[in-house]
Design a protein around this ligand. Structure first.
Ligand code: TGC
Ligand code: FAD
Length: 396
């Protein structure tokens, strides 16, 4: 398929000297990923999004720039960096496109991380190096057709059958499932405990039909997972972890990356709007000279700056192992919502041009509608914060 090519004019915006809070490794990682996005993603992304096609050839490049599990140990296929490096990498990827960041989030935080954290030594050795190098693509199956915000209600189940379990059920909205070599799947055992396992996609009874018709995250591939009497060898089940805290702890890792990533999408919208406001003239002057345009731009960069500081602080807590799930929820909710608002304001500044694929705005805006919903919806994260401040649980 032919894809048209675009030039990326992005320049970085840092109004509070946040770069001074980063060390040389963070800056090196950030600049390398930014250069890769400019060269490999920006020229083609509008075209792939328009056609609703995933640029799967980028998986290898993502592996090469260290986007899969940046903060996991190198001996297990990760990047051996800290949590802030992981964050800045996600920010640069999502500056390119939320779907590209999704490719990396799922592989690193929802497939490699659970195997690293909960897998047996044999599982780690078998899967992590190949996932880290992009030789294997993974996906994460938690959500079901009837259980999205409430994954604890899942009905996908395993039954003991000697040296294997028999897996039955279905998962819905699974990023990368149609192209995955393996899936990390969460299912209930015969005692009703949630267990995690690695299911290889060539197993008999495994299928992953693609979901079509998305207006959002169009450059990311999404599918179902259907299990019909799939035999899962017992050695593929995570040995110790039981209960919802298994998958939720992986979500904490991925939500952290999204909180950083959303700032990237916002920065790209702001950057485009600022440049447009200086170039576009109406009534004999640049539209950036009108007070109402300046109000929009000033508010956008103020909110972006607050979000940059929020994730930097979250990163310093994460580096000490002290970032709580509730703190991560607050940052994910705030930053994704902020990015969506920035995209909407940027769209207005671009006038009619803002609805076209000449500019990245509508693509980011549509992508962010998914980001607002997956990994816990905006309102679920609000209720997590509400629970923390009141001590009262709205879910029970
Ligand atoms: P609840 O009783 O509160 O908790 C069950 C157990 O889990 C523990 N826990 C966590 N542990 C680690 N990290 C977290 N973030 C945790 N949140 C809770 C909790 O302490 C408890 O432990 P224990 O020892 O007492 O058993 O569970 P609940 O059933 O009441 O549900 C709470 C709720 C609603 C907050 C939770 O279920 C939730 O977060 N729902 C949202 C579901 C969600 O985020 N799904 C995401 C699917 S994956 C996805 O979207 C990938 S997109 C990929 C991409 O393309 O980027
Ligand atoms: P529902 O849970 O049905 O929610 C519908 C509405 O009800 C929402 O507004 C919600 O906030 C609200 N609501 C629900 N409960 C409450 C409550 N207690 N109080 C107030 N309001 C409430 N999942 C995976 O497992 N793996 C993936 O890789 C993955 N990738 C995805 C990719 C895409 C493109 C999308 C769109 C989703 C993906 N998801 C994935 C699923 C995603 O996590 C779910 O869509 C999300 O958790 C919400 O579930 P739901 O869509 O079933 O909505």
């Amino acid at each position: 398929m032919n894809h048209s090519v675009k030039t990326d004019q992005y320049t970085h915006h840092d109004h509070y000297g946040v770069d001074e809070l980063l060390d040389s490794d963070h800056l090196l990682a950030r600049d390398a990923v930014r250069a890769w996005v400019k060269q490999e993603v920006s020229p083609i992304i509008e075209s792939y999004a328009e056609k609703g096609e995933c640029p799967t050839h980028l998986f290898k490049g993502l592996a090469e720039i260290g986007a899969f599990g940046p903060s996991l140990p190198t001996e297990y296929g990760g990047g051996g960096m800290d949590e802030i490096a992981y964050g800045v990498i996600m920010q640069e990827l999502e500056r390119g496109d939320s779907g590209i960041r999704s490719m990396a989030s799922v592989q690193g935080s929802l497939v490699m991380y659970p195997i690293f954290r909960y897998g047996s030594e044999a599982q780690k050795k078998k899967y992590l190096p190949k996932l880290g190098s992009g030789e294997f693509i993974g996906c994460f199956g938690l959500t079901e057709p009837d259980h999205g915000s409430n994954p604890g209600g899942m009905t996908t189940n395993i039954k003991d059958d000697g040296d294997a379990y028999i897996l039955n059920g279905a998962k819905m909205w699974i990023t990368n499932s149609p192209v995955a070599d393996l899936a990390v799947v969460w299912a209930k055992d015969e005692e009703g405990a949630i267990r995690g396992m690695v299911v290889e996609s060539d197993s008999k009874g495994f299928s992953a039909p693609e979901i079509h018709g998305k207006w959002s995250l169009r450059a990311s591939i999404t599918g179902e997972l259907v299990f019909e009497d799939v035999r899962v060898p017992k050695e593929n089940v995570f040995p110790e972890i039981k209960g919802l805290k298994g998958p939720l702890s992986c979500l904490s890792k991925a939500r952290y990356g999204i909180a950083w990533g959303a700032v990237g999408a916002a920065l790209d919208c702001y950057d485009s709007a600022l440049r447009y406001s200086l170039e576009r003239e109406q009534f004999g002057k640049p539209i950036g000279q009108f007070q109402l345009t300046q109000k929009k731009l000033a508010e956008m960069i103020t909110e972006i700056t607050k979000a940059q500081l929020l994730v930097w602080r979250l990163g310093t807590l994460a580096n000490k192992g002290k970032a709580t799930p509730a703190q991560i929820s607050m940052a994910k909710r705030n930053n994704v919502h902020m990015a969506l608002e920035v995209a909407r304001e940027a769209r207005q500044i671009h006038g009619g041009m803002g609805i076209t694929n000449e500019y990245p705005i509508m693509r980011h805006m549509m992508n962010l509608e998914t980001v607002l919903t997956y990994e816990g919806t905006h309102d679920i994260h609000l209720l997590i914060t509400g629970m923390e401040v009141t001590g009262l649980n709205a879910f029970k």
